[in-house]
Design a binder for this molecule. Structure first.
Ligand code: DX5
Ligand code: ZN
Length: 215
């Protein structure tokens, strides 16, 4: 049974409290919070003040996905805002090892995200230090895009790397996850599903989350 992490990028920002309460009442495991800087990705989303408010509205895990350059400048601020998991992009971090150590020393779980073109092999020297790998199954920056099918192979490669080293970390899939493709994603070895549009654009988000959870 996978963990379900609805992405608040697709929530109604005018009624964010209602959407948080809906997720609290649902079987969602984590709140996935997408931070974009308009530099690493061609879009700007939301930042610290929103996360601070969301933190007050839930006791569930706040899974913060930073799509920003120089994340080391803000790691402490995201910890103070309430992040439980802080994920940085490998492509944005020339000193990734240092970023990971910083996140862990601040008391958060450390995640590393890979863009669709980035090879799993680049994780080999840090995989033992992290808690989560986020495989982007779309190009980051926008919700509601189509799942890139090659991601399935990457999930399988990552699952065998993790198993061969006897490690215990999450494989999170982010982008274009639907009720239709989720079974194949889970079968390939993922254990955390991010879902933005699939949850928030559905007629009944609580039951959609329950359906994802039951796969
Ligand atoms: C994309 C974000 C995703 C996005 C997913 O850059 O990282 O978390 O919100 O949205 P859907 O599930 O709609 O593809
Ligand atoms: Zn995300």
């Amino acid at each position: 049974m996978a963990l379900i992490a609805p992405s608040l990028l697709s929530a109604n920002f005018l009624k964010l409290e209602d959407d948080c309460n809906m997720l609290n009442a649902s079987q969602a495991d984590w709140f996935h919070l997408d931070v974009m800087d308009g530099r690493f990705v061609p879009n700007i989303s939301f930042g610290l003040p929103i996360i601070e408010q969301v933190r007050k509205a839930t006791t569930k895990v706040c899974d913060v996905h930073l799509m920003i350059l120089e994340p080391e400048k803000y790691a402490e601020a995201f910890k103070n805002a309430g992040a439980d998991i802080l994920t940085v992009h490998l492509e944005a971090c020339p000193h990734l090892h240092r970023n990971i150590q910083q996140i862990k020393s601040l008391g958060m779980k450390a995640g590393v995200a890979l863009n669709p073109h980035t090879s799993i092999s680049l994780l080999s020297e840090v995989i033992q230090d992290i808690d989560l790998v986020c495989l982007m199954s779309v190009n980051p920056g926008f919700g509601g895009q189509k799942f890139i099918p090659q991601t399935i192979d990457k999930i399988k490669q990552l699952r065998s790397l993790i198993d061969s080293k006897n490690l215990n970390l999450h494989i999170e899939i982010d982008g274009g996850v639907t009720l239709e493709n989720a079974p194949e994603i889970i079968a390939a070895g993922a254990d955390v599903l991010v879902a933005g549009n699939t949850v928030f654009k559905s007629a009944n988000p609580i039951s959609t989350i329950a359906q994802l959870k039951s796969l």
